[in-house]
Write a protein that binds this ligand. Structure first.
Ligand code: PMP
Length: 424
């Protein structure tokens, strides 16, 4: 039965918990009726350009005919079968393609339900492999401040201690080793400290885990790729694994297919998610080297201690294969560059507005940082009035548009950000 907008929003307020909010929420969410291309259609008929790609995942836009067809075709065969003792072509194709696309050395793919779970699995891989190699004391993690790796418990331990609200969890979460947040430019002093920190904690650390080049939900900060080379050398020299979380950066977002390519390095373990399915379904993966897999497989457990119910979901794998197919011709690169140019040209002038602390752009990521916390409801409403969907957080108004956003869409998004800055 079709319900009216007031009734739907009343039921939403009564029963539906939304991200990072109290119950009921502080303000009503916007009710979406459908989406197509780069546009969300609201229930009142307004169409707004999506500047968020649904939390950075919908890189091809909505209702893409190729992705829709892949999903329908797969639903006609089977939507799901368990992965224990069974396998299927969508998962086999996906794992093989990911290995082909991933940095050298990553050979094995563990399919997971979401980004946070892939980080859990990556951490478990590192801990189990260290244990199997006879280093039971190596069970902490090392990262830098300003990061974000997910909301489940172990990923939370490596999120920025302040932004990740570690104070809420004192005594609950294991305490990890933190370096200062990486500077934007290359600073040899910082690099030396980073290297020394890894060395100093080598006896108790299983892995270093970082987001390469872009720290996303932890603060939308960019850093020099040289730091990744420093971490690669330091981890290798000390028998520690390097985990790269490419959940936000993977599949072209930063201008390279994986952000690790900016540094020309390969990690021991890598997480992907978000844009993996073109934003259609929840799916992520933890990839690892033959060495990591061999250590775990020879260890006491006899295998990796993980296996969720919806592992390798065929619908998600089929749409991921279709999404990777759309990226295969490389045309995303020119689109991302065009978005980068549009965002740079459009956002740079905002630097002079009072209240703006910084403007930065990399690939299809545009960030305006304010010198105060954003008035979220006012900023969002101002962007929507300009015909743009944005979801600011903390002191950040930013966009990660779908790659199919054309120059006009990007101009609109820039106008939406300007309006959000003025209102927020
Ligand atoms: N790692 C990074 C870098 C992320 O950006 C996110 C999600 N914002 C996650 C992990 C967690 O992914 P998910 O929300 O799918 O659990």
């Amino acid at each position: 039965m079709k319900k009216g907008v007031p009734e739907l929003l009343a039921l939403d307020r009564a029963h539906v918990w939304h991200p990072y909010g109290p119950m009921p929420g502080r303000s009503d969410p916007y009710l979406v009726e459908s989406a197509r291309g780069v546009r969300l259609r609201l229930f009142d008929g307004r169409e707004i350009v999506d500047g968020m790609s649904s939390w950075w995942a919908a890189i091809h836009g909505y209702r893409h005919p190729v992705l829709d067809a892949a999903l329908a075709e797969q639903a006609g065969r089977m939507s799901h079968v368990m992965f224990g003792g069974l396998t299927h072509q969508p998962a086999i194709d996906l794992a093989s393609t990911l290995v082909e696309l991933a940095p050298d050395g990553l050979e094995h793919v563990f399919l997971c339900d979401s980004g946070s779970i892939s980080v859990e699995v990556a951490i478990k891989m590192a801990l189990q492999a260290q244990l199997a190699r006879g280093h039971p004391a190596r069970r902490r993690l090392l990262t830098w401040r300003g990061g974000y790796h997910g909301d489940t418990f172990h990923p939370m331990t490596v999120c920025d201690p302040d932004g990740g609200m570690h104070s809420l969890w004192t005594g609950v979460l294991p305490v990890q080793v933190f370096a200062q947040a990486p500077p934007a430019e290359f600073d040899p002093g910082y690099a030396a400290e980073l290297e020394a920190l890894v060395e100093r904690h080598a006896g108790e650390v299983a892995a270093v885990i970082v987001e390469p080049v872009v720290q996303g939900a932890g603060g939308m900060r960019f850093h020099h790729p040289e730091y990744l080379r420093v971490l690669r050398r330091a981890t290798e020299a000390n028998g520690i694994f390097l985990i790269l979380d490419e959940i936000a950066t993977g599949f072209g977002r930063t201008g390279e297919f994986f952000a690790a390519e900016h540094a020309g390095i390969s990690p021991d373990i890598m997480c992907v998610g978000k844009a993996l399915t073109g934003g259609y379904l929840t799916l992520a993966a933890a990839l690892c080297t033959g060495e990591v897999a061999a250590a775990i497989s020879a260890g006491a457990g006899g295998g990796l201690a993980h296996g969720p119910t919806f592992m390798g979901n065929p619908l998600a794998c089929a749409v991921a294969n279709a999404s990777l197919g759309l990226l295969a011709d490389g045309t995303w690169r020119a689109r991302v560059r065009a978005i980068e140019n549009g965002l740079r040209g459009g956002l740079e002038p905002l630097r002079d507005i009072p209240g703006v602390a910084d403007v930065r752009v990399l690939g299809a990521i545009g960030v305006v940082q304010l010198d105060h916390p954003v008035e979220m409801a006012a900023a969002t409403a101002a962007a929507v009035a300009e015909g743009v969907w944005l979801r600011p957080f903390r002191d950040l108004i930013y966009t990660m548009p779908p790659y199919v956003a054309d120059d006009e869409d990007v101009s609109r998004i820039v106008a939406g950000i300007a309006a959000a800055v003025a209102a927020g």
